[in-house]
Design a protein around this ligand. Sequence first.
Ligand SMILES: O=C[C@H](O)COP(=O)(O)O
Length: 247
Amino acid sequence: MRRKLAAGNWKMHGLAADLDQVDALSVAHPAPECDILICPPATLIARMAERAAGSAIHVGGQDCHHADAGAHTGEISAPMLADAGATHVILGHSERRADHGESDALVRAKAEAAHRAGLTAIICVGETETERDDGRTLDVIGTQLSGSLPATARAQNTVIAYEPVWAIGTGRTPSAEQIAEVHAHLRARLVELIPGGDDVRLLYGGSVKPSNAAQIFAIPNVDGALVGGASLKAADFSAIITALENA
Ligand SMILES: O=C[C@H](O)COP(=O)(O)O
């Protein structure tokens, strides 16, 4: 039985005053029937981890370097994230793949670094609109998965997030059939690629909101969500968490 996961990605949003959201969520969900994770910008990780101590809320990073330490100005390593109180890290988000040219091989190296530091890697995959229109979605997703997944990946340290690039921040979502097709494909590939692949959690991400969460969580092989915009407001993220608990 895979425990569900509601993960919020704050992206480049959030100042100290926004840490109040953690208090609101921990009051609303003192003993949730799913895992709850917030990935704030790096500047807030340590303070958020302190704020979340004793609650059911986990804190994660949005990226890490593939090396544990070194002369890499501006970068943050996986051991640093763990030291700050993070338990998870998002890797290979399409915004990083697009903005920073991150390849599957680099994402894989980062995931290995995350595992060395004891972090759970949330590895993102997703097709562009052109790739979907060309009928290449499953090929693209399969290639990203096999290229980004390190040999160290197991259900205990790895989560896969399917995020169609065209659905991120757009208000558009794939049909239930389209999500089900991709998640079934990911599940089959995971079973082939790693021991215990059937137990790896698969998240959907891309314009998840309180109004569509229950419908998305009813889709087979959807074990939770990676939520962007709607995770910035505690009331909206709380409603999504509740939908996941009830799924
Ligand atoms: O990491 C989160 C995703 O990019 C989804 O973002 P969104 O919920 O704002 O569409």
